[in-house]
Design a binder for this molecule. Structure first.
Ligand code: DAH
Length: 342
């Protein structure tokens, strides 16, 4: 090997390299020059045959050639890869102006939303939230609420019975009143009890076998009907708007005496007013009353010392009013077209 041979190796290597543009050919070139039996290796090994006084210069030159070829190879390989990439992009053109894919956004079920509104409003009024069981005893669902067996008022609630005698699915949240009273007696009480209720009814646009209620219970010394009216009015105005009027009608529930039903006036400028209020302008939102002395006693309280009021409302009914939903069955069908509107 001589210096001339090195120069020849460099120039032929570079010329050959410049004729290849695809990766496979370049890699073959690399094997030819830098493989185990490659030309460059041979040139480096050839240093032993170079006369002693020329060895240093030869070694330096061989190294320079090696680095020059290596870097030319790396540059050519990068260019070839880039060219291949561009070619593949042209085959399946990329439109950088296409809008991105929208990600589906999670949201709260409308029933959860209105429950949270109710919690917030009563929370502001100093109420605590109390959870009570859905599988209930006949005793608490009816008897402790002043409805002994065969009491005609039981007809108001079509009941799901279980195979365990005396165990039913609660038909309303009112039995929770007894649970709280027995737990808190003799302390004063100010709670709401939200939860699912079950009634054995024919399913229609207006009735479901499974629905939400929110019960309210306040017990203490000197609690009066005026407190009930004030609480309901404050709630109705926060829920439905500051100008709402509240109307109280007398009613009957076995667990309250006196019992009332509460209506709110519906905005005059709402085109749905007549349909929603059946032409009266008033809309029922809940049942309520002063807790019956028998019920107070069943909860452990002395009706001569304390009084209380209770109410029960249907959040789904309120939602239907708020959003003009005309079919209660939509709530638990999990139809995304319905749910995504909230
Ligand atoms: N539990 C009754 C129902 O389901 C609603 C109700 C009325 C609850 C009056 C009360 C009340 O607490 O005082 O129809």
């Amino acid at each position: 090997m001589s210096m001339d041979a090195l120069a020849e190796l460099e120039s032929s290597g570079l010329v050959e390299l410049s004729t290849f543009t695809d990766e496979a050919a370049l890699r073959a070139w690399n094997t030819k020059y830098f493989g185990d039996k490659g030309l460059m290796k041979a040139a480096l090994a050839g240093i032993g045959k170079v006369p002693k006084e020329q060895r240093a210069a030869y070694g330096q030159e061989a190294n320079r050639v090696k680095v020059a070829l290596e870097s030319a190879y790396a540059t050519a390989l990068d260019a070839a890869k880039e060219k291949a990439l561009l070619a593949s992009l042209n085959e399946a053109p990329l439109d950088a102006t296409l809008p991105g894919r929208t990600r589906p956004r999670g949201r709260l079920h409308p029933a959860t939303q209105i429950l949270r509104d109710i919690y917030r409003i009563f929370g502001d009024l100093g109420f605590q939230i109390y959870r009570s069981r859905e599988v209930e005893s006949d005793d608490l669902n009816f008897e402790q609420l002043n409805m002994p067996p065969h009491h005609p008022a039981r007809d108001m609630w079509d009941t799901f019975f279980t195979t365990t005698p005396g165990t039913i699915l609660r038909t309303h949240t009112s039995p929770g009143q007894i649970h709280v009273m027995r737990e808190r007696c003799p302390e004063p009480i100010r709670v709401i009890l939200p939860g699912m209720c079950y009634r054995n009814e024919a399913i229609s646009t207006r009735s479901e076998i499974q629905f939400l209620q929110v019960e309210g219970l306040v017990i203490g010394e000197g609690v009066t009907m005026a407190d009930l009216k004030g609480t309901i009015t404050a709630f109705a105005r926060r829920m439905f708007g500051p100008d709402r009027q509240v109307r109280i009608r007398s009613s009957y529930f076995p667990f309250t005496e006196p019992s009332i039903e509460v209506d709110i006036d519906w905005p005059k400028d709402d085109p749905n007013r007549d349909r929603l209020t059946k032409g009266t302008g008033w809309l029922e939102i809940l049942g309520a009353g002063m807790v019956h002395p028998t019920v107070l006693r069943n909860g452990g309280y002395d009706p001569d010392k304390v009084t209380g009021f209770a109410f029960g409302m249907g959040p789904q009914r309120m939602l239907m009013l708020k959003h003009a939903i005309d079919d209660i069955r939509l709530f638990w069908q999990n139809d995304r077209r319905f749910l995504e509107q909230f």
